[in-house]
Design a protein around this ligand. Structure first.
Ligand code: AMP
Length: 218
């Protein structure tokens, strides 16, 4: 299976769509945001730095990200493809990732941009909840994304929590960071002829159908 890189503004749906695709095709889901949120729980220097930066909505230093990515994609479950959710996030990361891929004999796969307006993405932020145990994402503002029982995960019955960086102020910074740092990647991957767009405003089933067409090469 081809690897996938998702590019989307914050709350654009990359976490939810990655989870669905990964469980359907049995692929590892590599979310740098999740890896960083886990690392931020430690009371060491790095943990404090991560919590502070993520709370502000700014990007984490590239050297920390490269260590996480190199370690994760070299694990055996990544041998036949994986989904990258949240990486690369700037041009420097994209260029270094090209080299990492080359050195490890892997393929870039395809890059899928999730198209959504800022207004809709910020509406998602206010209702977004995730499972404190398995990380599954829910949204109380959208019927198709509500848990069956309020504040309880459908999969593992654990309580749902709100992400510490999901608030209106941090969202503004995260969105601006996306425009300044991440959006230039769209042209970078377009030039490599591996770029696709999916409209995520038409519902999850529509988006999944389009992503499946892309990975099947239609
Ligand atoms: P996400 O879960 O993808 O929305 O990411 C949450 C936060 O983690 C971002 O606002 C950044 O602070 C940080 N982050 C995630 N991925 C990266 C990355 N590839 N490079 C730098 N910072 C990142």
């Amino acid at each position: 299976m081809k690897s996938i890189i998702f590019i989307a503004p914050p709350a654009g749906g990359k976490g939810t769509l990655s989870e669905i695709i990964c469980s359907k095709y049995n692929m590892p889901h590599i979310s740098t945001g999740d890896l960083l949120r886990n690392a931020s729980q430690f009371e060491d220097e790095r943990g404090k730095y991560l919590k502070e930066q993520m709370g502000l909505g700014t990007l984490i230093r590239d050297d920390i990200i490269f260590d996480l990515i190199k370690e994760r994609i070299n694990e055996p479950d990544c041998d036949s493809g994986y989904v990258l959710d949240g990486f690369p996030r700037n041009m420097e990361q994209a260029e270094v990732y090209d080299q990492i891929i080359k050195d490890s004999g892997k393929n870039l796969g395809c890059v899928i941009v999730l198209d959504i307006s800022k207004e809709l993405a910020s509406k998602r932020i206010s209702g977004r909840l995730s499972c404190s145990n398995c990380g599954r994402v829910y949204n109380s503002n959208f019927d198709e994304m509500k848990p069956k029982m309020e504040n309880v995960c459908d999969d593992c019955n654990s309580p749902l929590i709100k992400r510490f960086d999901d608030n209106a102020d941090t969202y503004e910074v995260r969105y601006q960071t996306y425009l300044d740092k991440t959006q230039p990647l769209i042209e970078y991957y377009n030039k490599k002829n591996i770029l696709y767009h999916v409209d995520v405003t038409k519902g999850i089933d529509y988006a999944i159908g389009k992503i499946e067409e892309i990975i099947r090469g239609e």
